[in-house]
Design a protein around this ligand. Structure first.
Ligand code: CIZ
Length: 303
């Protein structure tokens, strides 16, 4: 009998001494076969620590690029190189440098959802899991330019009580979650705790009981005494929430919160990538070194 695709993937993984990292927004089958599932901060840390020779990154391109920047001696593969990020595409290094000049040289904090070129001209990176701590660590006498997600920037700015210049980028998937969706979900599931991602629109964030990154959402679900949750982020996370908390119930705030790029990666593409060792992610050394400095400053922030 022919081996199942999962068995073929596992045997190729062993052959190439590979590790499979998958983002919380990946499809269930990909999450289930991965060695680690997490947010980009957790996966960056795994990439930095791994002794595997090959990292297969199941996520969008900037995440795989981040793994390569942190672990340059490893071969980093992405099963679908076209898995991009429209939020990351809202800022280029040239446009950022121009804005920085116009604003009189503020300190640049860039969300990990940016290209390596943008990270290379940033002072420090952050993820949604540590953005508040990163901003708190910036000296009070420096102005801050936060790129590219204005919703995350707006939320962080309110948390920290500090004004920042915000790049006007946003995540189309999170923007599909509307206040009317939260109202309707609350009507259908009264008593459920509403937890949303800070990339959501400020009007949605305002309605939530808690705002957190994907790892924060997973922690809240685990630790809260609530038994039902309405989740406002990309729907891929519902798989992990249900698996880790079988006694609790999770409802998606909006059925349309699906990132088409995250969903481009399938078991077939993962298999093909490992079989042919294709989809290699590279970053030119001069960009890599400067981007790495901004990422390492972020990794040094205690969260
Ligand atoms: O940081 C990440 O991985 C993203 C893009 C979202 C989240 O909160 O995990």
């Amino acid at each position: 009998m022919a081996a199942k695709i999962e068995e073929k993937i596992l045997s190729l993984k062993e052959k190439h001494r590979a590790v499979i990292l998958a983002h919380n927004y990946q499809i269930p089958e990909v999450q289930d076969i991965a060695d680690f599932v997490g947010d980009s901060l957790e996966l960056s840390r795994k990439a930095a620590q791994t002794d595997a020779e090959v990292i297969v990154f199941c996520g969008v391109h900037f995440m795989a690029e981040t793994a390569k920047i942190i672990s340059p001696s490893r071969t980093v593969l992405i099963p679908e190189p076209r898995a991009g990020c429209p939020l990351a595409d809202t800022v280029t290094a040239a446009a950022l440098l121009e804005k920085k000049k116009e604003l009189g040289d503020p300190l640049v904090i860039s969300y990990v959802n940016t290209t390596a070129e943008v990270k290379a001209v940033s002072d420090i990176c952050c993820t949604s899991g540590n953005a508040v701590q990163v901003v708190r660590g910036v000296p009070q006498d420096r102005e801050i330019l936060f790129v590219p997600d204005s919703c995350l920037g707006d939320w962080v700015s309110k948390q920290v009580g500090r004004k920042m210049h915000l790049w006007r980028g946003g995540c189309p998937t999170h923007h599909r979650i509307l206040p009317s969706h939260i109202e309707e979900a609350r009507r259908l599931h009264p008593g459920a705790k509403v937890v949303v991602h800070p990339e959501c629109l400020p009007d949605v964030v305002k309605m939530a009981d808690a705002v957190a990154s994907t790892s924060g959402i997973l922690r809240i679900a685990r630790e809260s005494s609530a038994q039902e949750f309405i989740i406002g982020t990309e729907n891929g996370i519902l798989h992990r929430l249900a698996r880790e908390n079988p006694q609790k119930r999770f409802w998606s705030a909006s059925k349309s919160a699906i990132c088409p790029n995250m969903k481009l990666i399938t078991l077939e593409k993962l298999h093909h990538c490992l079989e042919t060792m294709s989809g290699e992610v590279t970053v030119p050394p001069e960009i890599r070194e400067r981007a790495r400095a901004a990422i390492e400053k972020m990794l040094a922030v205690n969260t």
